[in-house]
Design a binder for this molecule. Structure first.
Ligand code: PLP
Length: 459
């Protein structure tokens, strides 16, 4: 056979391959420059960055963390590792790493059956994302007042329950924990789901058990400024397989979690259109380390707070924030309620002059979406479309729903939120720092308040 005819014979029939090698191979899509961009984010000096680059260039880092979730039988991805650590840490069989706390809540509410014509009881104090995620799931938030713990007041839940209520969504506020026993009791009596918002209290415990594991689903934010914080991320935990599948159905509608991605539904309602709240590998790489540090981080915060509280004297005009579980308190801030707004402002000024960081809202504070009355997108009943869905939803109306929101609906929250004084704490304070801070607080209280050993104790 001539060279010409060999070249023309199909490779399948023993001819020469047309393409024996590709010269323009280039560099991996995600390589050294991307790695260096991450290293820069950590704030290394130019000299150190140069050393890191040299080390990274000496090894081929391959494709990088690109679509790692799409392929089976690879070594454990960082997201999978993060979910494994979450399961082990919280002692639950199911965990889903997602892209934000808001995404976690949205997926959890959909999993819990929130949809058109339903209501969810949300706390008056927490964060806008909880109620917003209910609306995103096409449900209607109903605000429940708080008690002096700033958590949902369990005695105020039952009167808000209607035949439309499907879930209660307590938020564990700023390092404190809700009275989960009482909340679960109401939920059980009325056969309601509980979605816990643990974004502000990751690692907090109630009666020795992590918050987030009491309800049907626990949702966490792990954005940069949270207790466990990466960049932007979230986590959902649950003990119920169906809820895990439904939350996945919303958060990962590509079906990467299904044993056979394209198989027909295994039961009615398994498949529905969700969205993509997948956690990225880069985020998970940080979060998996952060989560393992969580117990020690929480212990340090806790010890600092308790050490200071133990040294505080009691005063007639000062009511400390009620702690539902002193042992389970994360404790990254101290809160108390002075008798009047004016007294609160004087105390804050006095504390700052002593070198202690403190703040209070006072009488003329701007809106703040940690309290229901400023969650305008909810209180104005505006949906993303001009028809006002879900507030104007015919299904909701047919079921007798007619929600109205007004400032003053939750008077305890309104009062405490403006009056409270907050002292942020640092987990790295030494016993000497704690003693100095406690002395400063006692000094300012003594100047403006009446010492009273029968006043409400700090612990
Ligand atoms: C109580 C609470 N829920 C939900 C969120 C929302 O989390 P993310 O910002 O990760 O969406 C936050 C964030 O601050 C929060 O404090």
């Amino acid at each position: 056979m001539s060279e010409e005819s060999i070249a023309q014979t199909l490779a399948l029939q023993g001819g020469m391959k047309a393409v024996s090698q590709i010269e323009g191979k280039g560099e991996p899509k995600i390589g050294v420059d991307e790695f260096m961009s991450v290293a820069e984010r950590f704030g290394f000096s130019a000299q150190t960055l140069a050393k890191i680059r040299k080390a990274a260039e000496e090894e081929d880092v391959g494709e990088g963390p690109f679509l790692a979730n799409y392929y089976a039988n690879l070594p454990e991805t960082k997201v999978q590792a993060f979910e494994r650590v979450a399961r082990d840490t919280f002692g639950v069989p199911y965990a889903i790493g997602v892209s934000s706390g808001t995404g976690a809540l949205h997926a959890a509410f959909v999993a819990a059956g929130v949809g058109p014509g339903t209501e969810v009881i949300c706390p008056a104090i927490g964060f806008f994302a909880t109620a917003a995620a209910v609306v995103q799931a096409r449900g209607i938030p109903v605000f429940c007042d708080v008690d002096e713990s700033l958590g949902m007041d369990p005695t105020k839940i039952a009167p808000l329950i209607t035949e439309r209520t499907v879930a209660i969504a307590p938020t564990h506020v700023m390092g404190s924990v809700c009275n989960m026993e009482a909340i679960m009791e109401v939920a059980r009596q009325h056969r309601l789901r509980v979605v816990e918002d643990v974004a502000q209290s990751c690692g907090g415990k109630y009666k020795g058990k992590y918050v987030g594991t009491y309800g049907d689903l626990g949702c966490f934010s792990i954005s940069a400024y949270k207790i466990v914080g990466g960049g932007e991320g979230g986590l959902i935990i649950t003990s119920q397989e169906r809820l895990w599948e439904r939350a996945n159905g919303l958060a990962e509608c590509g079906g990467l979690w299904r044993p056979v991605r394209f198989a027909p539904p295994r039961y009615e309602g398994e498949l529905f259109c969700g969205t993509n709240y997948r956690m990225s590998e880069l985020e998970a790489a940080v979060d998996v380390v952060q989560l393992q540090k969580m117990p020690e981080t929480v212990q340090r915060f806790h010890d600092v707070k308790i050490s200071i509280l133990q040294q505080l004297r009691t005063y007639r005009e000062i009511v400390p924030q009620k702690l539902n579980d002193v042992d389970g308190e994360v404790g990254y801030l101290i809160r108390f309620y002075p008798q009047t707004l004016e007294l609160g402002q004087r105390i804050v000024d006095g504390l700052r002059a002593e070198g202690i960081s403190a703040n209070t809202r006072g009488p003329n504070a701007p809106p703040d979406w940690h309290i229901y009355r400023y969650m305008f997108a909810v209180t104005m009943q505006s949906g993303a479309t001009p028809d006002g869905c879900p507030f104007t939803c015919p299904i909701y109306r047919e079921r007798g729903g007619h929600i109205q929101y007004a400032s003053g609906d939750c008077p305890v929250a309104d009062d405490l939120f403006d009056r409270m004084v907050t002292i942020p704490l640092n987990q790295w304070y030494t016993p000497t720092d704690c003693a100095h801070i406690a002395q400063g607080i006692n000094k300012v209280f003594s100047a403006y308040c009446t010492a009273d050993t029968s006043a409400t104790p700090w612990l």
